[in-house]
Design a protein around this ligand. Sequence first.
Ligand SMILES: [Zn+2]
Length: 121
Amino acid sequence: MNALIALINGKCPQCRKGDVFSSKVTNLKKFKDMHHNCPNCDVKFESEPGFFWGAMYFSYAYSVASFIIIGFFFFTLSEDVNLTYYILSVVIFTIITSPISFRMSRLLMMYIAAPYRRFKN
Ligand SMILES: [Zn+2]
């Protein structure tokens, strides 16, 4: 499977077959629950303690991109921008997409920063 397709589908960065998360993204109570090891190849997802702290940088970049993209639409489509609407739009968008942001941040952290292909356990 292509790495980009595996990333979007939330598959293991090593074998690209096993699911990283144990429930669907639409399950708001369990969207953050992950398997500790890949159900297919048994690689440990958290390669070192605190590994997923680095995912905050991806989440931060996503939030900044949301601010910029929504701001671009607000400030180019209208000449008289109400800042309250702009801020509310960004906050609501960020809250609604937070499960996707959470998962994509962790997956990007695993796909980009983890040494899965070099060190098998
Ligand atoms: Zn795997």
